[in-house]
Design a protein around this ligand. Sequence first.
Ligand code: PAF
Length: 289
Amino acid sequence: MVGSDLVVFDQPAALARWSDLQRQSGKRVAIVPTMGALHDGHLSLVAEARRRADVVIVSIFVNPLQFDRRDDFDDYPRSIDDDLAICRKLGVDVVYAPVASTMYPDDFETHVEPGPLGDVLEGPPRPGHFRGVTTVVAKLFGAARPHVAIFGEKDYQQLRIIRRMAIDLDMQIEVVGAATVREPDGLAMSSRNRRLSSADRIAAVCVPRALAAMAAAYADGDLDCGHLQEIGRAVIAAEPRARLEQLTIVDADSLAPLSALDHTGGIGLALIAVWFGEIRLIDNRRFVG
Ligand code: PAF
């Protein structure tokens, strides 16, 4: 029966031993790193992992190092029993769910520092966030020894930084981005959505709408990034419950701001971060020619 054999590890050495055995028997190993509170977006990451590997590890760890606000860490949704049931149903082979003192014992002192990709966009407003992400992902890679790792494209800057880290540190791990999964009204799926009040949940549709308005203007021939950003900002400004943190069109590789697009769309990507009360949502959209 699918999923009847889910194995749960909470120690890195046990996971590493299991993974080494898989590799020795010629199997390709995938990891889907998560902070739990699994939703349909995660399910598509697991499906992508399954397409690319023989065995799939899901890690579940709410990483204190990547939260710049204590209340956000405390309030982050945790649902380990539901998550395990979902993993079992999906036929995941292993869940790795360490506790914080295993990940970061008292004498822990080494961190992975991202380069310039971590200093732009979401970096400055969230001090230490990307350093926390690269550090925990390096540890997860070290324990899981995967051939391939799957991350959601919703967290686009994170994906770029992790891909860079895997190359720079010679990790020999293929870092794959999986397309964002959306609610029927277009809101990108996120564990944070369940913390929105019902009024904010309704209001949050302005985020994908802002990106759609920009994409429509681009499709009508508007190539000026300043103008396209104004169009997106106007959509957010029209929603009184929303507070825009940033909306920028960047080069999808370097994350450098662009002043103009061309008719092929190519590498232009709009990144947006919007607050609803205490909840910060992010999304992005490529400009397609
Ligand atoms: O995207 C997330 O859920 C987290 O940032 C990650 C990659 C699991 C690291 O904690």
